[in-house]
Write a protein that binds this ligand. Structure first.
Ligand SMILES: Nc1ncnc2c1ncn2[C@@H]1O[C@H](COP(=O)(O)OP(=O)(O)OP(=O)(O)O)[C@@H](O)[C@H]1O
Ligand SMILES: [Mg+2]
Length: 454
């Protein structure tokens, strides 16, 4: 799973693209309206004999196109960028003119130069570091083994990241059984969303078929509403969800299987393209994968993942066929240039750490991680034990709770502490701050205290 310098460069560029594209899109949309700017862009490009890549999804908004847009719509960006950026734009224009191809492969040197220029533009526009921290990080919770704790781990992380660390969380539920969606938001909210056709396979299908009037991704988001109340900050926060209707899921599966090789490869990247559209609206995206699937859904999900989190039962049945998962991830990285980084292997439903089966499975997992087959193991305090509280927190009735305490029990109890440790470990691996929100004071006393009555 080691990454090469060229993979690193690609990743940096991808992050840059994800920072730049939504920004360009939002400025142009604000100025010209939702779709009008795309036509305007084509018109301007044609006028100036610039090749704009088009595919069946319409205009392909890649990094270079974002840069084209900046230079073509310079007056729109001028206000934002300020005078000092003119030189950067000039450089961009020159870089574009030097580019003599229509779709040929770009050299790394050229791409890097463009990326550097784009980075300068973003900086001078006052946008934050366009690198890893600025855009959403997507974690694929992937293990084809059924019942190994994928959905539970996803739910726990979604709650702790959003409600304890204040992160903006998006859940992508690729399982047509929708366990994580329904447990987080409740069956009613999910059914109501699906009723208005907010179903991920429909979104992918529209993109796959290249429909011109494709809705924006926001149209497909469902919500676990946040709760509010007096005092404590440990209310359950809002989580956005992309979920799957079962029939849509199968229909997409069918269409995908029947498609020719070229279309199928295009489809692998559809979810990533959708997530790029909302990359500025969330900090972390968690993808819950279905069991027993190494086909379309696994590939689409993995292509959209920046990181691989592997939940794993620490026993023989749990580790006996990890090869299938590892081989698929490696195939995507090495043959399809997917950018998946190893995040963590999490032993789940652990019975007893002193148990012989557990010890032998964990030492095998450690060795597999050392050899680079699977992501590195989390420390023992971040492994998830078998606990009855976990069953309660993943029961459908858990969606009726409004505070972390009601859903996950006491902060000092091992159940809470394991999930908290896992969440911190994940944040550290993503290079994000690990502070918890801590508003424990009673706001009603604040004015008294400030005016010195106490
Ligand atoms: N820490 C835990 N302690 C006790 N039970 C747990 C724990 N974690 C998960 N479970 C239970 O184990 C079962 C399987 O977990 P989960 O649904 O998360 O696995 P999964 O990998 O998503 O399954 P599938 O492959 O079917 O999607 C569920 O009934 C869940 O409530
Ligand atoms: Mg599941």
């Amino acid at each position: 799973m080691a990454t090469t310098p060229s993979q690193h460069l690609t990743r940096v560029l991808e992050n840059l693209e994800r920072a730049l594209v939504p920004w360009v899109t939002s400025r142009l949309t604000a100025r010209f309206g939702d779709a009008a700017w795309e036509n305007e862009l084509l018109r301007k490009a044609q006028e100036r004999k610039i090749t704009v890549f088009r595919n069946s999804e319409g205009i392909q908004m890649d990094l270079l196109l974002a840069l084209h847009s900046i230079s073509l719509f310079w007056p729109v960006f001028q206000d934002t960028l300020g005078k000092e950026s003119k030189a950067h734009v000039q450089e961009l224009r020159e870089a574009r003119n030097r580019r003599s191809h229509t779709g040929s492969r770009l050299t790394h040197k050229y791409v890097k130069r463009v990326a550097d220029t784009a980075g300068l533009l973003l900086e001078s526009a006052g946008l934050k570091d366009p690198g890893l921290k600025a855009v959403m990080q997507t974690i694929g919770v992937f293990n084809p083994r059924g019942g190994c704790g994928k959905s539970s781990t996803t739910i726990f992380l979604a709650d702790f990241l959003s409600s304890l660390h204040g992160k903006r969380v998006l859940l992508v539920d690729l399982d047509s059984q929708r366990a994580s969606s329904e447990i987080l938001a409740g069956r009613e909210a999910i059914t109501a969303g699906l009723h208005r056709k907010a179903s991920l396979p429909l979104l992918l299908r529209e993109k796959f078929d290249g429909k011109a009037d494709t809705h924006r991704v926001h149209h497909y988001l469902l919500e676990r509403h946040g709760y509010q109340g007096p005092g404590s900050g440990a209310y359950l926060n809002k989580i956005s969800i992309l979920t799957c209707d079962r029939i849509d899921w199968w229909e997409f599966n069918d269409a995908f299987t029947k498609a020719d090789d070229k279309d199928r490869h295009k489809a692998y990247r559809l979810l990533r393209a959708c997530l790029n559209e909302v990359a500025h609206d969330f900090d972390i995206c968690l993808i819950d994968f279905p069991a027993n699937d190494l086909g379309p859904w696994a590939r689409i999900g993995l292509h959209a993942s920046d990181w691989w989190l592997l939940p794993c039962l620490p026993n023989w049945a749990g580790i006996r066929d990890l090869e299938a998962a590892s081989a698929l991830v490696c195939e995507l990285i090495h043959q399809e240039k997917a950018n998946i980084w190893p995040l963590a292997t999490v032993p789940t439903l652990c019975q007893r750490a002193s148990n012989k089966t557990y010890k032998s499975a964990v030492s095998k997992l450690e060795e597999a991680a050392r050899r680079g087959y699977i992501p590195p193991l989390v420390p023992p305090d971040a492994q998830l034990s078998w606990r009855k509280e976990a069953l309660e927190a993943t029961d459908l009735s858990a969606c009726d709770q409004n505070t972390m305490g009601k859903k996950y029990g006491n902060k000092t109890k091992p159940f809470w502490q394991e999930i908290a440790a896992l969440t911190k470990h994940v944040l550290q691996r993503l290079n994000l701050p690990t502070d918890e929100i801590d508003f424990t004071g009673d706001a009603e006393d604040l004015n008294d205290w400030i005016s010195g009555k106490e």
